[in-house]
Each structure stands twice: as structure tokens, then as C-alpha cells.
Design a binder for this molecule. Structure first.
Ligand SMILES: [Zn+2]
Length: 160
């Protein structure tokens, strides 16, 4: 038996007592004449087996099982969080809010302009000058700050 094979077996089956009689004999025989592997086996046992040998086996208190059983039997309540969120979204989408609608429309237009595939003719790309487009969008006053200088739209209250 080679050292490598011996050490492999020690780390896997030998320390678990899973090696058969023939393997045990070969390992013992190898260990008796190979100080390196004997040291390896000693250290492996010390690290992997001994710490658990004298450990106290802990048992959870009976109340733990009672609590788990109660949790399992509890009727599941539907969380209100999602419903609340959906209501908020519906409210935002349905309420007449010109600024919000304009912002949405601009986003859609921008998306369409971006996503329309270029049909291979490079001259078509320049149909909308991006600089002009950006300047136009920057010139739009989407939100009118109130006297306090705040942008009191619902969506900003919601996120800020
Ligand atoms: Zn060896």
C-alpha cells in the first residue's frame, strides 16, 4: 500500500470504522513500518474524532417540541404588505396627475426610441439628434416646486 492511498483511507473510511478487514490489515501493516503515516493517522484521529468522543449529548426541552407543533398548527395569515403596495400602485396609476403621466409618457417614448432596431442604414440613426432630444427633455418642467421648495408629489413622498 502506498502512503497516499493509506492516508486517503484514513481520512475517509478508516476513522469511521468503515474499512473492511483486509483494508484494516493493510493499513495497520503500513502504519507499523511508515512513521510518516503513523503520525498522520495519529493527528487525523486527534483532530476529527477525539473532540466528539466525550461530548455531552444535548436534548432540547420538551417545550421546544410543543412550540414547534403550535407553530405548524397555526392558521397561516395572509400578509397585508403586498395588498397595501398594490393599492398604492393602483392609486398612483389611476389618479389624475399630469406630471406623473408626462414622465411616464416620456419614459415610454425614450424606451421606444432606444429599442427600435436599426435597420442597417446608418443614416437613419441621426433622424433624432440625441443632443436635441436631451435639451428638449431638460427644458420640460415636469415638477413645479411649491412655496417651500419641495416636490410634493405622492411618488416622492412615498420614496423619500
Ligand atoms: Zn506511509
Amino acid at each position: 500500500m502506498q502512503c497516499e492511498q493509506c492516508q486517503q483511507l484514513i481520512l475517509t473510511d478508516y476513522l469511521d470504522g468503515e474499512t473492511n478487514d483486509t483494508q484494516n490489515r493493510e493499513i495497520e501493516e503500513h502504519l507499523s513500518r511508515c512513521p510518516q503515516c503513523k503520525e498522520f493517522a495519529h493527528n487525523a484521529k486527534k483532530i476529527t474524532v477525539e473532540p466528539f468522543e466525550n461530548m455531552e449529548r444535548l436534548q432540547p426541552s420538551p417545550q421546544v417540541w410543543v412550540n414547534i407543533q403550535e407553530k405548524i398548527n397555526q392558521p397561516q395569515e395572509q400578509p397585508d404588505v403586498l395588498a397595501g403596495f398594490l393599492d398604492k400602485v393602483k392609486e398612483l396609476l389611476s389618479a389624475p396627475r399630469p406630471a406623473f403621466a408626462l414622465a411616464t409618457a416620456l419614459a415610454v417614448i425614450l424606451m421606444i426610441v432606444t429599442l427600435v432596431p436599426n435597420k442597417g442604414n446608418q443614416s437613419n440613426v441621426a433622424r433624432i439628434d440625441p443632443v436635441e432630444q436631451i435639451e428638449y427633455m431638460a427644458s420640460l418642467e415636469i415638477y413645479e416646486p411649491d412655496e417651500n421648495g419641495y416636490y410634493e408629489t405622492d411618488i416622492e413622498e412615498y420614496f423619500l
